[in-house]
Write a protein that binds this ligand. Structure first.
Ligand code: 4AD
Ligand code: MG
Length: 465
């Protein structure tokens, strides 16, 4: 029986598979002289060259165009061409489906340079492009490395609900979930008999789980109805939220730094071909030094992230004479993206920065109040180009102080009763953080727009695909 192989398996085996008869299936990337078919099946950025026989049925060869899906049977042989070591000498080719040539003309599969925006506008076809398939493979490996990291560290993966009754971040930017057709205010007739939303975070449930499980992490979609049409915001994005019992803020920051470096090392080990492809083919790297995308990841592994207090950050920003900020700098304000950029891109010269101990008034109710009574044990990790990639904190484990903060933020304590209740049953000092998964994919792949690193982006006014 002839065995089926993926393109990646064949190319990885190289000479050890010479003279084997194999079956391989995929899509035609290019076709020339009625002989050479370049085949890709998504398993790798590399293609397999197929040599058709001159005696092949013309009715079949006539139908082959870019994008045609095919099954090929043939023998692996040494290639005389310089571009590849091995190729497949075809003995039989079956066409699954050819491509509508008129539609091809207008599609992003037409072999020429298309803008990323045009590619995005045909989201259903973009998996067939080299750039997007590279991005999706890297996205997979990042996700895999995250599960790997936490598994090695004895964390348990926790599936938290997508439909919730409360606003974890307390910013009121939630999508409502209802089956009511009219009178949206009469919750007693609604499906859950209460007001429900799509969750903005799985943190509160993770906090409940660690009293008992010790260390957990969530990895799921979260939803935010912010009207932010920027290159770093999605309305539906993926967040990774580890939560650790008996962890101080310092231990939490140490873990976050180790975590990010682990992922980057993993991607450098496993995805070098895809990274190199992006490096060569993304216009923005053209003008910069060779292998910049890869060197920039490597350099990150060799430095310790800078760590400064929020108060320090404000002093640095105030002293700055280089850049005129749109938002004037005062203690107590939230850092804007221009301030984050100044710190990472200019002041710390492209290095990640951890900012901690933020004013209590600008951070969420669950963060632990520091002894100064003005700040909370919060931390944000800022990355060059991206800005905030991680947000986390030590959590307020003291019942009374937590209750006071809930009241201060005008949050309905009856809805959060169970969260408060966890503080009465062996609560411990604990910390956690949330990683914006898509922002990390964006940073690692060097993409300018977050919509280019997620299969089907949801943003204000856009949910077509
Ligand atoms: O800082 P955030 O809002 O933190 C939380 O939700 C906490 N509950 C996390 C925790 O402590 N367990 O969000 C965490 C991260 C941000 O640092 C950012 O990287 C990303 O999520 N993020 C977004 N990514 C894409 N689109 C958006 N609209 C995002 N909003 C936040
Ligand atoms: Mg944040």
């Amino acid at each position: 029986m002839v065995k089926k192989y993926s393109v990646k398996e064949i190319l990885d085996k190289e000479f050890s598979i010479l003279d084997y008869k194999v079956i391989v299936e995929g899509w035609v990337r290019s076709y020339r002289n009625s002989i050479f078919v370049i085949l890709n099946d998504g398993s790798t950025v590399k293609n397999l060259q197929i040599i058709l026989s001159k005696r092949m049925d013309k009715r079949i060869t006539k139908e082959i165009t870019i994008g045609t899906s095919v099954k090929v049977i043939g023998i692996i042989q040494k290639s005389i061409g310089e571009k590849q070591n091995i190729e497949l000498k075809c003995s039989d080719l079956i066409i699954y489906k050819s491509v509508d040539s008129k539609k091809l003309q207008k599609s992003i599969l037409q072999p020429k340079q298309h803008s990323l925006e045009k590619i995005r506008n045909q989201s259903h076809l973009r998996f067939q492009t080299n750039i997007f398939s590279c991005l999706m493979r890297i996205r997979h490996f990042i996700s895999f490395s995250i599960h790997n990291f936490f598994h090695i560290k004895n964390f348990f993966c926790l599936h938290t609900p997508i439909i919730t009754a409360y606003d974890c971040e307390g910013v009121g930017k939630m999508f409502r979930v209802t089956t009511l057709k009219n009178n949206l205010l009469d919750y007693s007739n609604d499906f859950f008999k209460r007001k429900t939303y799509l969750s903005v975070s799985g943190q509160l449930e993770a906090e409940a789980a660690i009293i008992g499980l010790g260390k957990v992490y969530t990895f799921g979609p979260v939803f935010r109805a912010e009207n932010s049409n920027t290159t770093r915001h999605l309305s539906e994005f993926w967040m990774v939220e580890p939560e650790m019992a008996f962890f101080s803020l310092k231990e939490c920051i140490d873990l976050a730094e180790e975590f990010l470096k682990f992922i980057i090392q993993f991607i450098l080990d496993k995805c070098i071909e895809d990274l190199s492809f992006l490096n060569k083919n993304l216009k923005k790297w053209d003008k910069i030094k060779n292998n910049f995308l890869i060197k920039r990841l490597e350099s990150l592994l060799n430095i310790s992230f800078y760590r400064i207090t929020y108060t320090n950050a404000i002093e640095i920003l105030k002293k700055n004479k280089t850049i005129r900020f749109i938002h004037p700098v005062t203690w107590g304000m939230d850092l804007q993206s221009e301030h984050e950029k100044f710190l990472t891109n200019y002041y710390f010269k492209g290095s990640p920065v951890v900012v901690f101990d933020y004013p209590s008034s600008i951070k969420a109710f669950y963060m632990r109040v520091n002894d100064d009574n003005k700040t909370v044990s919060a931390m944000d990790i800022l990355f060059p180009e991206i800005g905030e990639i991680i947000g986390g904190s030590q959590r307020e484990e003291r019942y009374k102080i937590l209750l006071n903060r809930i009241k201060k933020f005008n949050i309905n304590k009856n809805i959060l009763w169970w969260y408060l209740d966890t503080r009465c049953f062996g609560s411990v000092p604990h910390s956690g953080f949330g990683l914006g998964f898509d922002r990390l994919v964006q940073f690692i792949t060097g993409m300018d727009n977050i919509r280019d690193v997620i299969p089907f982006p949801r943003t204000p006014g856009s949910a077509e695909f």
